[in-house]
Each structure stands twice: as C-alpha cells, then as structure tokens.
Write a protein that binds this ligand. Structure first.
Ligand code: ARG
Length: 493
C-alpha cells in the first residue's frame, strides 16, 4: 500500500478515516486528474529543458506519467489517505519509480500552483463546451424564428396583453440574450486561459524555471504574472460561475414561459410528451417537469456562485485551504448548466406551437390601442398624450368604435371631433388589425416580418462567426495537448 509522501517529514499523529475524508478533495479532483497528468508532463519537460533535471531522470519519470496518460490515473491514487490527487499521483510515482526518480517530480513547484493550473485547464474545456451548447440553442431559436416570422402572437408587459408581435420576434429576444451569455463566456475565457505554473507556493522558486515554456506547452495564452496572485486568485472561476448564473437566469425565464404557455388557459405550446411527467393519482395530467427542474436548477447554480463568493471573501493572501471548497461549486454549476442547455434545445425543437391560439389572443385586451393612438396623432396632428388619453377613455367605456372615441374626446374636453376630421369606422378597424400594427414596426430589431428577415440574416452571420471562434479555440487546445504528448514520447523514445 502506497503511503502519502507529503506528510512523512513534518507531522505525525494518526488520522481517522473521517478526518482524512473531511480533508481530502478526492471527489472533486476526479474532474482535474487528467489535467494534472498534463501539468506533470509539462513540468518535467520544462525541468529537463532548463537542465534542472538530468536527462536520465526525465527518461524515467516521463514513461510513468505517459502510462498514466494512456491508461488513466490508477483508481488507488484517488484514495482518501492522500489529501488530494496531486499527492496521490506523486505518491504513486515514488512508490513505483522509486524515491530517487519519483521524488524529483515536485522540484520547483507546489500543489498551490499545480491545482490552480489544473482548474484552469479543466475550466477552459468546460467553457468551450458551454459555448458550444449555447450555439446549439441559438441555432434552434433562429430556425424556429425563421419558421414563425408571420406567426402573430400577443406581446406582454406585466404579463398583461400589451401589443401584438410575432413568435419569431419573441424567440429572437431569447437568442440575443443567449448570444450575450456566449460573449460573456468568451471574455471570461481570456482570463481563465492563463498559466499560474511556476508560482510554486506563492513566491515562485529559486530554480531557473521557465514559466513561458510550460504555459505554451499547456496551450495557455499567457501567464498569471504575479506569483502570489497566481495561487491565491479564484476570480477567474467566480467570473465564469457568474456568467453561468446569468445564463441560468435566462434559461429559467424561458422555462417559465414554456410552463405558462403550456397551461390549459394559455395553450400556446404543447411540449413533447417525453419532456413531461404525469401524476400518480390524476390520470389526465401532463406536467412540464423538465422545464420546472431547469427553472429550479438556476437556483442551484446561484447557490454555487454564492457559495464560491463567500468562500473567498474572507481569506487573506495567498493560498488557503478554503479554496479547495470552492472548486466543487464550479463543477456543479457547469454541470447543471450544460445539462440544462442540452435538454432545453431538445425541448424547444420538439415543442409544437399553436399559432392559431396565439393569433386568437393577439387582438385581445385592446392590444392595438397604441397603434390607434399613434394613428390618430399622426393623421390629425394631435399631441400623442391627447390621443393616448382619448383612446384610454374609450377603452374605459368598453370599445374603440367611432362613436365611443367621439364621446371620449368630448368627455376630455379636447375640442376634437373625429367625425368632422374624417375618421371612419373602416379606418379604425384597419388600424386595430394586429397584422397591420406589426407590419408598421420595421425599425431594426422590431417585429415586422421584413425587419425579422434582416435580423435572422444578421443572427445567422453572428452564429457562424461564433461557431468558428469555438472551433479555433478547440483546435488550439487539442493541438497543444497532442504536441505536448508527442514531445514527451519523442524524449523517451
Ligand atoms: N487540494 C488542494 C485544493 O484543491 C490542492 C492544493 C493544496 N495545497 C496545500 N497547501 N495544502 O486546493
């Protein structure tokens, strides 16, 4: 049985199983074990290049690490008796390759810079997956919008019928917010993908380490320069979690709408049965459980962000073990968001929108009253506020007929007679038609089908550019990994 090599010198005292379990980060370290092997290999290559390690040692260390790369980190290295996977892997190397060889792996570094590097490697991978998942949602939303440019529906403010719009306009609003979620993660990536390696415990090392070399071997875009900051900061993870939390808030809003829209009093959408559950007692029930769980997952992710923020807020420079408790929040948040995005895309793509029901509701609640007020103001050069009040008073009286408008104007003492001005019921009816009202709204981003056509064109272009960006970053990180391993293999060949 391999022993924890870190503890042998300074400390004695027997630890109970519960104590070791409490202290160990093993469960969360499963997320970073593969990254740790890459970090070990890059570190050894750097020590070799800098002639800190003798080539004969390199040639014995690397095969052991490459074996773990090929076969995976052995299960035993995840045992709680090691404080973390870094100690587990080192203990393994020392037991298997001997202390003369294995004992040299940790020259010029600390678990503090090691773990920060591992988290960043894993997190950048997660960010790219998240960005790719957002691209899929955006693709679904744009495709649906393309199909529903003419699907008239009521638009709401305060969840009250407000003005008519189209389903395309509504869906593109979500596409925009997911696009910003994408942008936020893209920006976070630039701060995540920096290398803390070479910071050691916090004060770097007297060995002539080459920080730029390990950074480039590991596919980083640069360094976290100050070595105290490098081991102490987790703001890159907080920032990513905050971005994910905002993303989940957007997901939750969309889920809330799908839930409301699928009620029997709204009936705008029917979710595919696969995304719904039934009741154990009420045989008729079809409940939108997946959307509900997704709405709740946003709460879990906000909890993860809050947990992470509170973890760091009170800790002094530089590394403190508290930081170990922060990392699981990050993985949990990323996991929930990724799962949600995946299912949300499928749920949207398979949903059936009842456009006839939407249209039926579009004209309700005097939803075109705004257009009527605008038209009166335009046609007869009346101040908008006067027109707004007249139409409002007519709504209060119960209808928007010519007679009622005339009465409303009289009531309000506006000195206006619409009849004398030439207003007819036919003109009013035309203006009250939802499709007419929508067709007038042609400004960029507005709901008129012609404006939506332009928006879809623009959004598709942006989607293509964003897809490219993710592919570029994926290619870069994959290439650096392949080259790192190839370099290590060449050295031992
Ligand atoms: N498991 C630790 C963590 O996740 C790794 C760093 C340990 N460093 C230390 N000084 N004990 O933060």
């Amino acid at each position: 049985m391999r022993t924890d090599v870190v503890r042998l010198g300074r400390l004695s005292g027997k630890r109970s199983g519960a104590m070791m379990h409490f202290l160990s980060s093993m469960q969360a370290d499963r997320h970073i074990a593969d990254a740790d092997i890459l970090v070990d290999i890059a570190h050894v290559l750097m020590l070799d290049k800098q002639k800190i390690l003798d080539r004969s040692v390199t040639k014995k260390l690397l095969p052991a690490l490459l074996q773990m790369y090929d076969e995976g980190v052995p299960e035993e290295a995840f045992d709680d008796r090691f404080e973390d996977i870094h100690a587990g892997i080192e203990s393994f190397l020392i037991a298997d390759a001997g202390p003369e060889i294995g004992g040299r792996l940790h020259i010029g570094r600390s678990r503090n810079d090691e773990v920060a590097t591992c988290i960043r490697i894993r997190l950048r991978e997660e960010i790219l997956k998240q960005m790719a998942a957002i691209l899929k949602i955006r693709t679904v939303l744009i495709a649906l919008a393309d199909r529903h440019k003419d699907s008239v529906m009521p638009g709401f403010t305060h969840l009250q019928h407000a003005q008519p719009t189209t389903l395309a306009h509504h869906l593109l609003a979500y596409e925009q917010s997911f696009s910003r979620d994408f942008d936020r993660l893209r920006d976070a990536y630039t701060r995540v993908n920096l290398s803390p390696l070479g910071a050691a415990a916090f004060a770097s090392t007297g060995y002539p380490v080459n920080r730029d070399y390990t950074a480039s071997l590991l596919g980083f875009d640069g360094l976290v320069t100050n070595t105290m900051d490098a081991v102490a900061t987790r703001d890159f993870a907080l920032e990513t979690l905050a971005d994910i939390a905002i993303l989940m808030a957007n997901i939750s809003r969309l889920c809330e709408e799908l839930i409301v829209w699928s009620t029997s009093f709204v009936r705008f959408v029917s979710l595919d049965d696969a995304f719904c559950s039934t009741s154990s007692i009420m045989p008729q029930k079809k409940n939108p459980d997946i959307a509900e769980i997704m709405r709740a997952k946003s709460g879990s992710v906000f909890g993860a962000l809050t947990g992470a923020l509170v973890t760091v807020k009170g800790i002094p420079m530089s590394y403190n073990r508290d930081l170990q408790e922060l990392t699981p929040h990050v993985w949990r948040g990323m996991h929930d968001a990724k799962e949600s995005l995946q299912l949300l895309g499928e749920m949207l793509a398979s949903a059936e929108f009842d456009t006839a029901r939407m249209k039926e509701e579009a004209a309700k609640g005097f939803s075109t009253a705004t257009e009527l007020a605008d038209s009166l103001a335009r046609a007869y050069d009346i101040p908008f506020r006067t027109a707004h009040n007249i139409v409002g008073r007519a709504v209060q009286k119960g209808d928007l007929s010519l007679a009622t408008l005339e009465k409303a104007a009289k009531d309000l003492d506006c000195g206006i007679s619409f009849r004398k001005l030439g207003l007819t019921q036919a003109k009013i009816n035309r203006v009250l038609d939802p499709e007419y009202s929508i067709s007038l709204r042609k400004a960029p981003g507005a709901p008129a089908p012609v404006a939506i056509k332009g928006a879809i064109h623009d959004r598709k272009k942006q989607l293509a550019a964003d897809t490219n960006l993710v592919e570029q970053k994926l290619t870069k990180t994959a290439k650096s990994r392949t080259e790192l391993i190839a370099k290590a293999r060449r050295l031992v060949a």
